[in-house]
Design a protein around this ligand. Structure first.
Ligand code: GDP
Ligand code: CA
Length: 320
């Protein structure tokens, strides 16, 4: 019997899944349930195989099989198949595709070709481990993230991984998102939640695609749960990686307050009730408050499992 809070997390890959592990443990300690709505905007077809980078980061992290040094992919990975693909001239030779990881991709692709929906496929994949959470794709409609460049479009993965976000983009698009439908369970989970948390994920390419799925914003507007976000920006910088570029391109200041304003206050047709910001960003409390979002200052570094768990506890306490 569930006695604790029903918690829903909206998340991308590395940042989102790191947070999800702490949240899973904290929710379990309170006798609650966790549903994770995963970004599928990073998904792609490569040599006929379906890849879901953010979904897999979440799966591996919660299963405890993630490569904790790299922060993504499987621990103990090898690259034999990737070497063969390179020799065949197939796929992307700059894209690291591990053998264990490929196992998941091949299984997924097979089930998709058998006619299963992405939701059903993810349900099967997560049966292998006791994740302590239910993972849902944001949508079963194929919508990827395209980077708009001066001379055309590029899949987000290519821009991010191959070019290290070094080609100046004009914007980001999710072609077809307006016709996308939330995956089964997504709207229901938000409606029935006691708490909804926006993970410290990339606002532009991890969480914005989820929020752009028609019906998700309305569900967030209507839920009786409080919606709490965790800032991915600490001390005016994206912790690691290249998220700054994404923010700059869409005109969002790279600051805790900038991202809070990007999400907006729920009572002003945004999505947030409260926003966890780092102590380093104390100067932005007032501006977040003016935005209509409750600012809550907490340590936001997820440097150790203990710190991550404490952050998850703070986020839950902010919501309950
Ligand atoms: P991706 O899909 O693999 O890019 O991962 P996400 O979108 O889920 O998360 C990436 C973001 O996580 C980065 O842009 C960082 O801002 C954020 N992040 C990474 N580590 C930390 C941390 O320790 N604390 C906080 N607050 N944010 C972090
Ligand atoms: Ca991602």
């Amino acid at each position: 019997m569930v006695t604790g809070p029903r918690v829903v997390l909206l998340a991308g890959g590395v940042g989102g899944s790191t947070f999800a592990v702490g949240l899973r443990d904290e929710v379990a300690a309170r006798g609650g349930t966790l549903t994770v709505i995963c970004n599928t905007g990073d998904d792609l077809w490569l040599t006929g195989i379906r890849l879901q980078p953010d979904v897999d980061s979440m799966l591996y992290a919660l299963a405890g099989v993630k490569d904790s040094v790299k922060g993504w992919g499987r621990a103990g990975e090898s690259l034999r198949v990737a070497g063969e693909l390179r020799a065949w001239g197939a796929g992307w030779d700059w894209f690291e595709l591990g053998d264990l990881d490929l196992g998941a991709h091949v299984a997924r692709t097979g089930w998709l070709r058998d006619g299963l929906s992405p939701t059903d496929v993810l349900a099967r994949l997560q049966q292998r481990w006791d994740l302590g959470a239910t993972l849902l794709p944001m949508t079963n409609t194929e919508v990827d993230t395209q980077v708009v460049l001066a001379d055309g479009h590029m899949h987000f993965q290519e821009w991010w991984t191959r070019h290290r976000a070094a080609i100046e983009p004009l914007g980001f698009e999710n072609p077809g998102i307006d016709a996308a439908v939330p995956a089964p369970g997504v709207v229901e989970a938000i409606a029935e939640a006691d708490v909804v948390i926006l993970a410290p994920s990339n606002p532009i390419v991890s969480l914005a695609p989820i929020l752009a799925v028609p019906g998700v914003r309305a569900a967030l507007a209507e839920t009786a749960a409080r919606v709490v976000g965790v800032s991915p920006i600490i001390g005016g910088a994206a912790v690691r990686g290249m998220a700054e570029v994404c923010l700059r391109v869409v005109g969002v200041p790279c600051s805790a307050a900038g991202v809070a304003a990007f999400y907006g206050a729920r009572h002003r047709s945004g999505v947030l009730d409260a926003w966890l910001l780092a102590e380093e960003d104390a100067g932005e409390v007032e501006s977040i408050d003016r935005e209509g979002v409750q600012p809550i200052m907490r340590p936001l570094w997820m440097r150790t499992p203990d710190l991550t768990r404490t952050l998850a506890r703070d986020a839950l306490d902010a919501a309950l």
